[in-house]
Write a protein that binds this ligand. Sequence first.
Ligand code: HGY
Ligand code: MN
Ligand code: MN
Length: 413
Amino acid sequence: MDFKGLRVNGKRLQDSVEEMAEIGATPNGGMQRLALSEEDKRARDLFVRWLKALNLEIIIDDMGNIFGNRPGRAPGLSPIMSGSHMDSQPKGGRFDGVLGVMGALEVLRTLCEHDIETERSVTIVNWTNEEGSRFAPAMVGSGVWTGALDRDWAYDRTDINGRRFEDELIRISYQGSAPARKWPVHVYYEYHIEQGPILESQGKTIGAPKGILCLHWYDVYVEGEANQVGPTPMAGRHDALCASAEMILKVNELPQRMGGNMVATVGEIQNYPNSRNIIPDKVHFTVDIRSWDDGHARKAWDMVRSDFEEIAARRGCSIKIEETWRVEHSPFDVKLVQRILEIAEELGYESLHTVSGAGHDASYMSRVCPTAMIFVPSIGGRSHVEVEDTAWEDCEAGANVLLHAVLQSANEE
Ligand code: HGY
Ligand code: MN
Ligand code: MN
């Protein structure tokens, strides 16, 4: 069959993204669907209903990863896998992750409605807890499935209220019976918004990242001495918040001091007792360092860590540091990336070879099978915010590229 003229149904894709966006919608048009929350459960339930409507074989594993498989003609050949995540950031956007899951669903819907059989099976996946916002770290579902993270370690991760990952998985009834353990996959494609400004600024519709930066996450706990703000002289205070403030600026200065392509951010902080007339004695904050060069990122961390220790000592505070999580930089399969670029050109879309600063489940998948991603522009380069937006014709374009990439890979030896 000649698939050249085959296209997805852009309106149906838009309707699915919009229907999903109603689950956890925030008043300003954004999304709050934290991993393993009630909203995550409702989105999962809807997703499973859509998979059943396509008569897919459904697997839910003990990390809550949801797979839907459409058998191919050659069951002995390893499947194509495509998907992303449906959990969101707090006050996040409607497209991050969901577009990749709905894009893969639209590909399957298109194959079904045209009765297109493929040699290899095609499997869609929704990975649990990609964001790592409620339960750190990120990409936990794919991390356990690929063998990079230990399931029981993941189960014991807790959110800010002390709720355990496993207990929440059980509470939303998505702790499946199948073990979260990889099986052979021919190729993995992940379709996602770019979450940055480059495609839009260069007027390109499709991005094909060469890979994903390394992600290094740390948790820092600073302890000082609380006291009444009025009678306590400034000299001799052990103010944990002032010490942390100095440390946080050191993180912000890191990329400049290190040079090269690096970003470093403190995104989360808790200050105790957080009362305006008590000198803070406990602060927790997070550090996120990313670079294409893992060694560079580690060197940066070593440098800023010694800055932290000097600041803590000078201010009479103690410091505890957790090296919470590290994912090395993840280069994608060169041939698959080239395939994405060629398909984009064949379909008449301007494309760009780029790199991903955002983490994705494709980071872990690239360790177990040939992997590539398809990006579409984020309007204003914004993401992880309520105004996150992508033009519907770009959403359709990305799904068309995904459709043809899946078809080519599903019919190759
Ligand atoms: O952190 C990231 O880049 C992703 O959103 N988990
Ligand atoms: Mn994402
Ligand atoms: Mn995200």
